[in-house]
Design a protein around this ligand. Structure first.
Ligand SMILES: [Zn+2]
Length: 90
C-alpha cells in the first residue's frame, strides 16, 4: 500500500513536496526565497511577474501590499533617527 507523505511542520497536514515540507512551508525557506529572487531577475521572471500583475488577482495583491505598507509606515515614529542623533550630540 502506498503511503502519502505529509509535511514535517507540526499541525500541517499538507502533502509533502520537498525537503520534508509542503509547498507552502517549502516556499517560506531561505533557499526557496533565494531561488525565487534569482528567477524574478531573469527576463522570463520579469515577464511572468508582469503577466501576474495584469490579472485581477495580481492587481488585488498589489493593492493589499500597498495598504499593508501604508499601515506599517503609520505605526513608525515620525523621525526614528532623532533620538539616536540627540544622544550622539552630547
Ligand atoms: Zn506544511
Amino acid at each position: 500500500m502506498a503511503t502519502i507523505r505529509i509535511c514535517n511542520v507540526e499541525g500541517c497536514q499538507r502533502k509533502h513536496v520537498s525537503h520534508g515540507l509542503c509547498q507552502m512551508h517549502y516556499n517560506a525557506t531561505p533557499a526557496a526565497r533565494a531561488t525565487r529572487v534569482r528567477y524574478r531577475a531573469t527576463p522570463a521572471g520579469k515577464a511572468s511577474k508582469a503577466r501576474y500583475k495584469a490579472t485581477p488577482a495580481g492587481r488585488a495583491a498589489q493593492a493589499r501590499h500597498r495598504a499593508a505598507a501604508k499601515e506599517r509606515a503609520k505605526g513608525l515614529p515620525e523621525t526614528p533617527q532623532a533620538p539616536t542623533l540627540a544622544l550622539n550630540a552630547q
